[in-house]
Write a protein that binds this ligand. Structure first.
Ligand SMILES: [Zn+2]
Length: 108
C-alpha cells in the first residue's frame, strides 16, 4: 500500500504526520521533500475537508454572534475557529495523499 507520507515526485517516504500537517493545501507552496527538494502539498480531499470544517465553524461563530448572550461568546467564537484549525491539521496529518502543488511559481 502506498503511504500517504510518500513524496509524489521521487516516491521517498520523506514526510511524517507533523510535517504533512503543515504542508498546506493545493494552492500553497507546501513543504519541500527532503529527498528531491520538490514542493509537496495536501490534495483535494484536504481542501474539501477544510472547506466543510471552516464553513461549519463559521456557522457556529455566526450563531454565537447573533444568538449568544453570555460573557463567554467571544471564547466560543475563537474556540470554534481554533477547533476548525486543529481538525484540519489532524486531517492533513493522518488522511489524504501528498500531491504536487498546482501553483506554477513554486515549480521554477
Ligand atoms: Zn521527493
Amino acid at each position: 500500500m502506498k503511504s500517504i507520507y510518500t513524496c509524489p515526485y521521487c516516491g521517498a517516504k520523506s514526510f511524517n504526520p507533523w510535517k504533512k500537517a503543515f504542508a498546506g493545501g493545493l494552492r500553497t507552496k507546501g513543504k519541500v521533500c527532503m529527498e528531491c527538494g520538490q514542493h509537496c502539498v495536501n490534495g483535494v480531499a484536504s481542501m474539501i475537508f477544510s472547506a466543510v470544517v471552516y464553513i461549519a465553524a463559521l456557522v457556529v461563530v455566526l450563531l454565537v454572534y447573533f444568538k449568544g448572550n453570555s460573557n463567554w461568546d467571544y471564547v466560543y467564537m475563537v474556540g470554534a475557529v481554533a477547533a476548525a484549525f486543529v481538525l484540519c491539521r489532524l486531517f492533513d496529518a493522518f488522511f489524504g495523499p501528498l500531491v504536487k502543488p498546482i501553483r506554477n511559481d513554486v515549480l521554477s
